[in-house]
Ligand binder design. Structure first.
Ligand code: GDP
Length: 327
């Protein structure tokens, strides 16, 4: 992947800056921190998140590097790694389980138009079919990983999870047909009463249908707009009230850079989200949103979209992302 190339390159440069130094001065630490800060901002990391990260690294680096003074370059990179992992939420955040015994887990998707919501709905449906809805990947034993290897939770035993897709995007003309096509492809039923029905009723009806039909999971697609507008937010709050989701995932486009973080904070404040799906991480975004979402909203990235195909969805692992960033 290309997205962190610049940042990775800069980090390597910083390692070299500190390498082989017998004595580290406060000034050289400051110089290194200045370089890191510039690299993070260049990668579109949110300013507040960047400042917080630099401050944490400084606090530790000053003590460790100046006092111990052994392999300062490696120590600096280790401190950076730990802080990067922390700023992304530390742990892989699994999908929520249903809070109501014997009922399907309810997942509501929100986001701007074009963010990749409808695509994400189908990808997530397939994930739930294969892995079991609400099965927490982090709770399953994870094998030793070789460097660069990606772990995904194993396929579940038995028949695929029964997942219902709910077509709640009544504003984008082709959204319902798109969801129906995707549902057909993965063998998931689509609840689509049509564009003339109130999205609040669609959400409520869809969840009821899933309960009655013994589904494992129900994924509700919603309408997006070009920009945040009050009417959209009001409607989303009502949809949320109608379907009482276990999970409200904001679908954000990594390509929007700084905007992705701003948007996440805004949606969280107004609607209340439980996590995010960061899409288009395969594109040439600079990746800053991956580092910013948790920091600005307190909500984790749970999945990343890495392509247009239905299988291009991966659980988000902060430690692996940090390793990738540091190269
Ligand atoms: P919606 O308006 O939010 O429902 O957006 P769509 O699901 O229709 O997606 C908008 C466009 O983004 C489509 O062309 C998708 O194929 C594309 N897309 C969605 N997710 C990804 C992703 O992870 N990577 C790439 N490269 N394209 C994506």
């Amino acid at each position: 992947r290309m997205m962190f190339d610049q940042l990775t390159e800069k980090m390597a440069g910083i390692g070299e800056m500190l390498q082989g130094k017998k004595k580290i001065t406060a000034a050289s630490v400051e110089r290194a921190l200045g370089e890191v800060k510039r690299a993070l901002l260049d990668a579109d990391v949110n300013l507040k998140v960047t400042n917080g990260l630099i401050e944490s690294v400084r606090n530790q680096a000053v003590g460790k590097l100046l006092i111990e003074g052994v392999t300062p370059d490696q120590q600096f990179v280790k401190i950076m790694y730990d802080e990067l992992v922390k700023v992304m939420g530390s742990q892989q955040a699994p999908l929520a389980r249903s809070t109501k015994e014997g009922e399907p887990v309810v997942i509501l998707l929100a986001g701007l138009q074009g963010a990749g919501k409808t695509t994400a709905a189908a990808k997530l449906a397939k994930f739930c079919q294969e892995r079991g809805a609400g099965v927490a990947p982090a709770e399953e034993p994870q094998p030793e990983m070789k460097e660069g290897e990606v772990w995904t939770p194993p396929q579940r035993e038995g028949p695929p999870g029964k997942v219902l897709l709910v077509a709640g995007d009544v504003y984008r003309p082709a959204a319902i047909e798109q969801l129906q096509r995707l549902g057909e492809r993965i063998g998931a039923e689509v609840f689509a009463p049509g564009r003339d029905v109130d999205p609040v009723d669609i959400a409520r009806g869809g969840v009821q249908y899933a309960r009655d039909g013994g589904f494992d999971a129900v994924i509700v697609d919603t309408a997006g707009r070009q920009v945040i507008d009050e009417k959209l937010m009001d409607e989303l709050v009502k949809v949320k009230g109608a379907c009482e989701p276990d999970e409200v995932l904001l679908v954000v486009d990594a390509m929007t850079g700084q905007e992705a973080a701003t948007l996440t904070a805004a949606f969280n404040e107004r609607v209340g989200i439980t996590g995010a799906i960061l899409t288009k991480l395969d594109g040439d975004s600079r990746g800053g949103s991956a580092l910013s979402v948790q920091g600005v909203s307190g909500r984790p990235i749970k999945f990343v979209g890495v392509g247009e195909r239905i299988d291009d969805l991966e659980p988000f692992y902060p430690d692996r992302m940090a390793s990738r960033i540091l190269g």
